[in-house]
Design a protein. Structure first.
Length: 186
């Protein structure tokens, strides 16, 4: 288990481990965004055969969301593409959060590691090509409001595999008739 630092890709963690350990058969169980910090399970040697079992498990994230801005990547590392005013309070916010608990459909973001024609979607997005992405079934088991102040909210989100927290944050923004982007993710 590696505590992945901010600014490092999951693949880079694997490359560094291969070099450090002198072992080629290493892989990560799921991809964390470069912005994200936190637990990155790594499988080494024969354990790589079982990595899908780890990848299929539920996840828990701590996310800080800024309201009033939208970026092309869904997080603060992207380019701001629009701004809006925020006309909601903590009571409105809690009501909207309740609506996001349970099974739902989610469209993966273009800036993701999902592949299309052998290339990750973020590769296409960086070239200015935006492709159709099929909705996926996900479940948000629990959303806990940790902090709410000004235009920021900190949440703890327990969810199924395949949930994109950046897309989740943007959906919350739309439900509140504003914009939203992730500023930190663990």
């Amino acid at each position: 288990l590696i505590d992945k630092p901010k600014g490092v890709t999951s693949a880079n963690c694997v490359y560094q481990l291969r070099k450090f350990l002198g072992i080629k058969k290493i892989g990560h169980c799921g991809t964390l965004d470069p912005l994200a910090t936190g637990l990155l399970p790594i499988c080494i040697g024969e354990a790589t055969k079982f990595s899908s079992f780890m990848s299929d498990l539920d996840k828990t994230y701590e996310v800080e969301i800024s309201f009033g801005i939208e970026t092309d990547t869904g997080d603060i590392d992207g380019e701001i593409i629009s701004k809006s005013k925020n006309n909601f309070n903590q009571i409105d916010f809690k009501k909207v959060l309740k609506k996001f608990e349970g099974p739902q459909k989610q469209t993966p973001p273009m800036y993701s590691a999902l592949e299309n024609e052998g290339k990750p979607l973020y590769w296409w997005a960086r070239k200015g090509v935006f492709l159709y992405r099929k909705e996926r079934s996900i479940t948000i088991h629990k959303i806990e409001l940790v902090e709410f102040r000004n235009n920021l909210a900190k949440l703890k989100v327990s969810c199924t595999k395949g949930t994109y927290i950046r897309s989740f944050a943007e959906s919350i923004g739309r439900a509140l008739l504003t914009k939203a982007t992730v500023i930190s993710l663990r």
